[in-house]
Design a protein around this ligand. Structure first.
Ligand code: EPU
Length: 419
């Protein structure tokens, strides 16, 4: 088993070249199934979730390889429309292949992704939308079989929740549907905008991305394209939180300020100095942090749920009490147990976490409970006195590219060890 051994108490200084966005590249890779030919995706982060998406692509008959941070996916010879239970289970977002498979083959067979560490994660919105587009969908013994005669049909889809994954599935499926699809109450996340940019380079005709209504004018087919993935706003936030919590000065290269604005305002409230411009963000943190006003997670452009754990860990040592309200996932505070073990004072009642800043955190042996919760524990361990160990790194490796190398380059005392 691998663990991170982290000796806390060292300031962080230096530059971070922010990795490409996990939540952009995953739907883009599924869209590659529909875009016939060899697509080249630059700035692809090296993550276990990306490995899993590559395994799915290969199982469908695509050729793919990852060299450095450039992924090449060739879907010319793709000839399968089913994804095995094993592959489906290894990554929750594998459901994102549904729309692309249906659009390309008129059939798709996947398994129900089930719940995950963040709580129940239904896919009813994905299924309802594809049904409305003409697909016949049967769910039996945990497998979902979808079929459509001819092409999917464009239609108006009103999403009751602005689901990121459902918006992505619909937009991909609608790209080659017959007629026009309008998605109302669509998710507005930057990763959706990135996916649409990719689809457009593949020949799709789409407008309104980044707003509440996305219109997709179906075209006959998509071709492969070259694309550069946007910087990961949650990885960027994680490294800024680490700098804020540990003191020091960290400069993010290639970060998009607009995607980070709710978090940048938190850092300013904490008393950090934030300078932005020219695609860079510099955060300077000196002395004890201040509390922040209530953080309530919402869809973009609100405060992202994925940034909640790392921000919460950052204020664990701040002066005063900070309050978090989690509105997207039902079970996103499991990492709090680890923070409490390190001496943090946090009360969780249902969706609310009240963090009373303590003067010091202490080392402990803790388990990463999920991806962002694991990152929160890394931040707390770097801000704590003494040597901590974090296990279950597989959660962290799903979404962060070599985080120990990034943090080590900033001056953290961190190593990955096999025990
Ligand atoms: N929901 C439904 N029915 C559905 C789909 C969603 O009830 O059919 C509910 C979910 O249970 C949840 C809410 O709607 O309560 C929002 O879920 P959404 O569909 O927007 O999330 P997702 O597409 O499953 C993506 C990211 C998550 C991120 C969320 C919210 C990817 C691969 N995953 O998930 O990322 O938290 O959007 O922004 O894009 C992470 O990176 O750590 C992560 C969990």
């Amino acid at each position: 088993m691998s663990v991170f051994t982290i000796e806390g108490g060292y300031p962080l200084n230096g530059d971070v070249s922010v990795q490409g966005a996990k939540n952009s590249v995953l739907p883009i890779l599924s869209a590659c199934v529909l875009a016939r030919g060899e697509s080249v995706i630059h700035n692809c982060p090296r993550l276990t979730d990306v490995d899993c998406a590559m395994r799915i692509l290969r199982s469908l008959g695509c050729k793919c390889r990852l060299e450095g941070n450039t992924l090449t996916a060739d879907s010319t010879l793709a000839d399968r429309f089913d994804v095995s239970d094993e592959l489906m289970c290894s990554m929750r977002s594998s459901v994102i292949f549904l729309g692309a498979l249906l659009a390309r083959f008129g059939r798709a067979e996947i398994s129900v992704p089930g719940g995950c560490e963040l709580g129940i994660r239904p896919i009813n919105l994905h299924i309802d939308a594809l049904r409305k587009m003409g697909a016949t969908i049967r769910e039996e013994h945990g497998r979902i079989s979808c079929r459509v005669d001819g092409r999917l049909k464009g239609c108006a889809i009103d999403l009751p929740i602005a689901s990121v994954g459902a918006t992505e599935n619909i937009v991909i499926a609608a790209a080659t549907a017959e007629g026009t699809t309008v998605v109302r109450n669509a998710a507005k996340e930057p990763e959706i905008v990135d996916l649409v940019r990719f689809l457009r380079s593949c020949g799709a005709h789409i407008g309104g991305e980044g707003s509440t209504n996305i219109t997709v004018y179906g075209v006959d087919s998509l071709h492969a394209a070259e694309h550069t993935v946007i910087p990961d706003r949650i990885a960027a936030t994680t490294y800024l939180c680490a700098a804020a919590a540990c003191s020091g000065e960290v400069r993010l290269l290639s970060a998009t300020e607009e995607h980070l604005s709710p978090m940048l305002s938190c850092f300013e409230q904490m008393g950090c100095k934030v300078r932005t411009g020219g695609g860079e963000i510099v955060l300077t943190s000196r002395g004890r942090l201040h509390r922040i006003s209530d953080v309530s997670t919402h869809e973009y452009p609100g405060f992202p749920t994925d940034a909640q754990p790392v921000m919460l860990a950052t204020v664990a040592k701040a002066r005063g009490t900070s309050v978090f309200v989690e509105n997207i996932f039902s079970n996103r505070y499991r990492f709090v147990e680890g923070l409490t073990k390190m001496g943090a004072s946090i009360k969780v009642i249902d969706r609310v976490a009240v963090v009373e800043g303590v003067e010091r955190l202490f080392s402990a042996d803790v388990e990463a409970t999920d991806l962002r919760g694991g990152a929160a524990l890394m931040i707390a361990a770097m801000a704590a006195d003494g040597v901590s160990h974090i296990s279950h790194l597989s959660h962290i490796d799903r979404g962060y590219e070599a985080p120990e190398a990034v943090l080590l380059s900033l001056g953290a005392h961190i190593k990955r060890e096999d025990i």
